[in-house]
Ligand binder design. Structure first.
Ligand code: UD1
Length: 426
């Protein structure tokens, strides 16, 4: 297993380019199942989760050509309408094939995801919504077996706001008979990106980006070309890293309009930010003692509020702020596993229920730590960039799930960071 070795304490300066959004790419790849015609996607990030989804689609029978940041898919003839456990257990987003397969082929067999490191994460809302559209669903030997002649439009109110749930139901509804109304829908920008790709395929969708999405089913969809939106979490992670280390960085190819809550919190902490339509510049003086960044309390919630996927990064930032902050996680249980690791670097963080109390310290110092999930790893990278001395982060396959060439991009900004392949240097 690869490790990252980071010698922290330096400022970040220069320019960095943002990749395409992981959480938009995964559902849009699945949308290609809805048509027999070719679908071409650009700005696709090279990530482990994308490779896992491509592997799953190939197993289903989709022809996939992947070169550079372009993926071409053709779901002309499929031979296996199934997502097996060995893939679903490594990536929950595999559940996103359920809606499209059922809508186009009238059947699908998808493994239940089971638990994962950040809590139980059930998929009951996906199932409930498909049942409302007329699907017969059984759970057998850990698999969701879904069948329907043709799905029927329905009014669906989910019990909670779910991102992939909204995406799955939207993809099922585009080929259903009649109108579907999704109430309490997630409003994440990635849902808007998926809706734009589906509309490019001939779907009739309105209201994506609001909590009420209306879909008028059509008998068939056609091929399309779509450019995936920029990754707002990768963008936010770089901004947080610069805020934590000090420096000045120009972030290129971003979409600042999707980052309001994050930018606002960084300003509150004392960072200077400027933005254009597709760029953000951040400037932060590296200071010590009383001049350190201000602590910023955050509470994660659904978009457009502060994202859970930025919680660990802000925890690292707050760990060296001048004062105490509270970081409250309302979306996922058990998403504080980075706390113990940040404390190994010298942070002073206590957990009280769903809130972490972060007492800012003057500085962190390098140690060996372990990545436990994707965004926790990003928090540890920021902690390591702050820390004086060397930090080794183990199990960075978590980071590779969602960040494209993180160490190269950070090295380009002057960070002293290197990847050590498994077995090397032990
Ligand atoms: C997506 C994102 C993930 C992000 C999360 C919240 C992708 C591929 N992943 O995950 O990066 O952290 O949104 O912004 O886009 N829930 C249920 N039943 C369901 C569905 C969800 O109880 O059927 C619960 C979950 O356990 C969780 C909450 O609802 O507590 C929100 O989960 P959800 O929005 O579905 O997260 P994901 O779509 O898995």
């Amino acid at each position: 297993m690869d490790r990252l070795v980071i010698s922290g304490g330096g400022a970040l300066t220069g320019e960095v380019a943002v990749s395409g959004a992981k959480n938009a790419t995964l559902p849009i790849l699945c949308a290609a199942l809805l048509t027999g015609e070719p679908v071409q996607l650009d700005n696709v990030p090279r990530l482990r989760d994308v490779a896992t989804m491509v592997k799953l689609l190939r197993q289903i029978g989709v022809q996939v050509e992947h070169s550079g940041d372009r993926v071409e898919l053709s779901a002309h003839a499929l031979d296996r309408l199934e997502a097996p456990y060995d893939l679903v257990k490594t990536m929950r987003a595999s559940i996103l094939v359920l809606g499209p397969l059922l809508a186009r082929f009238g059947e699908a067999r998808v493994s239940l995801p089971g638990g994962c490191a950040i809590g139980p994460r059930p998929v009951d809302q996906h199932i409930k919504g498909l049942q409302a559209m007329g699907a017969a669903i059984e759970i057998e030997q850990g698999y969701i077996i879904a069948r329907a002649q043709r799905l029927r439009g329905a009014r669906i109110v989910t019990d909670m706001v779910t991102v992939t749930g909204t995406e799955n139901l939207m993809m099922a509804a585009v080929l259903a008979e009649g109108q579907t109304i999704l109430e309490n829908a997630a409003r994440e920008p990635e849902i808007v990106d998926l809706a734009e790709a589906l509309v490019g395929m001939g779907a009739k969708i309105s209201g994506a980006g609001t909590d009420c999405i209306s879909i008028e089913g059509v008998p068939r969809l056609h091929g399309t070309r779509h450019r995936v939106m920029p990754d707002r979490i990768e963008t936010g992670t770089f901004l947080c890293a610069v805020a934590a280390t000090g420096g000045e960085v120009f972030v290129r190819g971003a979409r600042p309009a999707t980052l309001d809550a994050v930018v606002e919190k960084l300003r509150e902490a004392g960072a200077a930010l400027e933005a254009g339509p597709d760029w953000i510049r951040i400037r932060v003086a590296k200071t010590r003692g009383n001049g350190r960044l201000k602590p910023v309390s955050v509470r994660t919630s659904e978009y457009p509020a502060f994202p859970t996927d930025m919680q660990a990064q802000f925890m690292a930032l707050n760990s060296i702020a001048h004062g105490t902050s509270r970081v409250t996680e309302t979306i996922f249980e058990n998403r504080f596993m980075h706390v113990a690791e940040l404390n190994r670097l010298g942070a002073d963080i206590e957990i009280e229920g769903i809130t972490a109390i972060v007492n800012g310290v003057e500085s962190l110092s390098g140690a060996s730590v372990m990545a436990t999930d994707l965004r926790a790893s990003a928090g540890l990278v920021i902690g390591a960039l702050i820390a004086e001395g060397d930090t080794t982060i183990d199990r960075i396959y978590h980071l590779d799930r969602g960040y494209e060439q993180m160490e190269k991009k950070l090295a380009g900004l002057g960070a002293r960071i290197r990847r050590v392949a498994s077995g090397e240097g032990r």
